[in-house]
Every structure is written in C-alpha cells, then in structure tokens.
Design a protein around this ligand. Structure first.
Ligand code: IMP
Length: 361
C-alpha cells in the first residue's frame, strides 16, 4: 500500500520528477523528514515550480499532500509556497500538516549560522535554513509543534525559548531576538496555517484501511542520514527508510516498494568526503551539462562519477526494490564514462562502504 521514493546518494538525484510520475496513481503524497533545506524542481505545462517544503505530489489535485510529523516547518516559507501555488491556479486545499511536526523559528536560522561560524574547520556547509537547531530542540524537548503553534500555549513557549536562545546568542555576540516582533509576525502565520493542521497519522491509517495508495517522498538522501551518512557532514534527520515510519507513524509492515533515485553520475553540496569527486574539467563539464546548481542555495554542486559501492550501501540500508536512474542523457554527452566499483584503501580493494571519516578521506 505504501511506496517510498528516496535519494540513494547525497541528494539532488531528481526525486521530484520520479515522485511526480509515481504519484499519478497514488491518493496520498507524504513528506516524512527534513524541511526547506530540500529543493524539488518540477516543470508542469511549461511552468517551473521549485518546492522546498510542500510535497511534490501537491500538483495533482486528486492527491492529498501531507507534511508528516518528521518534517520541520518554516511557516514563512510554507506560506510563500502556498501563495505561489494559489497564484498559479492551484487551490491547495489538498494540503495537510501534521499536528506533531515541529516549527522552524527565526532563532533556529540565526543559530544555524552561528554554529557554522563556531565550528571553524569542522564547518558542515549547511543550507542555513535552521534545520539542525530545530531538530536539536525537538530532541532536547523544547521544540514547538504545530499543535502548540495554533494553541494559546504558543506565546508562552515562544517566550521561554527566545529568552533561552538569547542567552546563547549573547555569549557568541550574535543578534538578540525580539520576542514581540516575532510573536506578532508568527501569530499571523499560525492563523493562515491553522486550517491545514490535523492528525495526519490517523488520516494515513484510514487510507491504509481503505486500500488507498500512499507515496512517501524522501528529501535529502541516504549518505546525508544523521545515523548512516558521512557524519558529521550530514543533515539532522533520517532520510533513510526508518525515517518513513518515525516521520509519518506508518508501521514498516505496510511498506511495499522502495525506489532509490540516482543519477548516472553523482553530486554533492556542502562539505564532507566524496570519493568519486572530479576536481577537473570533466567535473566542470558534468556540472554544466546537468545544471548542477542548488535549488535551495544556488551553490554549484560538486560533481563526479557514479559510485556503485555507495549505491550498494543505499540498497542494503533501505531495502531498495527498484532504482530510478536519472540523467543518462546528460552523461551520454561525454565520450567516455567511468563507474566506481570498489575503493582502493591503503593498497587494498574495498567493496564495502564505511562512514568512517579517516577511511573516507
Ligand atoms: P542542513 O540540512 O541544512 O543542516 O545541511 C547539512 C548538509 O546537508 C549540507 O551539506 C547540505 O548541503 C546538505 N543538504 C541538505 N539538504 C540537502 C538537499 O536537499 N540536497 C542536497 N544536499 C542537502
């Protein structure tokens, strides 16, 4: 009943296109992890949409598009996306937001930048969208959930959090957050988003009972997973298969097909090791041919050959049942292409992926 599309490498594999295709016979499109660090570009009838938060399946009006509890939501960005969709003739009444999803607030964004600065040479190269600090608050249990956002508790919770964050920001000499200003602005956002907020887990279980097809849309990718990626050069959530269960409330027994999306070459944004990276004119050529510039941050992506060792790891971890291979036409423009089939580690052939940084580097 439940199919999953997820990234098998470092993200930007072209999941949006595959999701759009597969959602044609789905009744639900569900995002389960990440936030607006993601970027899905989809072209429909000549119009290009760049989504960061809303599920790509939203463009199909027969699909209920859900932001699951595992997603972290910047309300400002979400409202911009809703408005953009409305301006383009979409009603957006097929959007549902989990009451358990956590908020990204201005102090998370400020802290994301601050943490990058104080990490010095251990900088991660985050998207600076507040993702890590929002998940930190969730797990530290001071996060604000959607159900709090639309309740009378919001003011009190926001005040406590801003007071606490201001202490940290002051220590490092960063700008203080203004509670009154933020509360006023975000109270308005909560009114706009209120109609979309509900118990999406129960909704999904009703759908499963009714035999309706659900498509879970991964954001980021396997090698950026907080547990299984190249830690610490990862995102702060689980874009791998386990994230589907914890980020939606759907049990693993309902999961059927798991599609791993890859490109016929590879790319990565941000810092961290990348074995098949090409720091030469072939890498530059791939970047230009594949338009490898970030949807979210516009950063040029690092490019290289397809790494089959990493792909095997992704297949193993996620129980991938099918591969969607994008950009074959792009790589086909080169005279010669290479594939990584094993690593050469201290003169020894290694066919297994390890996230150990010493090994990787
Ligand atoms: P964060 O998720 O903004 O904290 O960034 C952590 C790392 O994940 C950085 O290297 C980002 O470039 C990378 N990252 C986050 N989201 C995406 C994505 O959607 N595609 C590719 N890389 C991403």
């Amino acid at each position: 009943m439940v199919d999953v599309v997820l990234g098998a490498f470092y993200g930007d594999e072209g999941k949006g296109k595959i999701i759009d295709y597969l959602s044609k016979d789905s009744k639900y499109a569900v995002r389960f992890s990440g936030g607006n660090n993601a970027g899905h570009s989809i072209e429909v009838n000549g119009k290009k949409f760049a989504f960061h938060l809303v599920p790509s399946g939203i463009l199909n009006k027969d699909v209920k598009a859900i932001l699951g509890n595992g997603v972290v939501i910047d309300p400002k960005v979400l409202i911009e996306e809703i408005n953009n969709l409305k301006e383009n003739g979409y009603t957006v009444d097929n959007l549902y937001i989990s009451d358990k999803a956590h908020l990204i607030l201005p102090y998370h964004i400020e802290l994301d930048g601050m943490l990058e600065d104080i990490r010095k040479e251990r900088k991660i190269g985050t998207t600076k969208r507040g993702i890590g600090p929002a998940y930190s608050d969730k797990f530290e249990r001071s996060g604000i959930r959607m159900e709090d956002f639309i309740s009378s508790n919001f003011k009190k919770l926001l005040k406590i959090n801003i007071e606490n964050k201001n202490v940290i920001l002051k220590v490092y000499g960063y700008e203080q957050m203004d509670f009154d200003k933020i509360y006023k602005e975000y109270k308005e956002y909560s009114k706009i988003l209120k109609p979309y907020i509900c118990d999406t887990t129960t909704m999904l279980h009703k759908a499963i009972k009714n035999g309706e097809k659900i498509l879970c849309e991964g954001a980021q990718a396997t090698l950026l997973d907080i547990d299984f990626g190249t830690y610490p050069y990862v995102t702060s959530s689980n874009p791998t298969i386990g994230g589907v269960c914890t980020g939606t409330g759907i049990g693993s027994r309902y999961i059927n097909d798991v599609y791993g999306v890859i490109k016929a070459y590879s790319s990565r944004v941000g810092e961290g090791p990348y074995v098949t990276e090409l720091n030469d004119e072939i890498g530059d050529k791939i970047r230009e041919l594949g338009h490898e510039y970030g949807t979210t941050t516009k950063r040029p992506r690092r490019c290289g050959w397809l790494d089959l060792v990493a792909l095997n790891y992704a297949i193993m971890l996620n129980g991938i049942t099918g591969i969607a291979l994008n950009h074959l036409d792009t790589i086909g423009k080169l005279d010669k292409i290479k594939l990584c089939v094993a690593y050469d580690y201290k003169g020894k052939r290694e066919e297994y992926f390890s996230t150990n940084l010493d090994f990787f580097e």
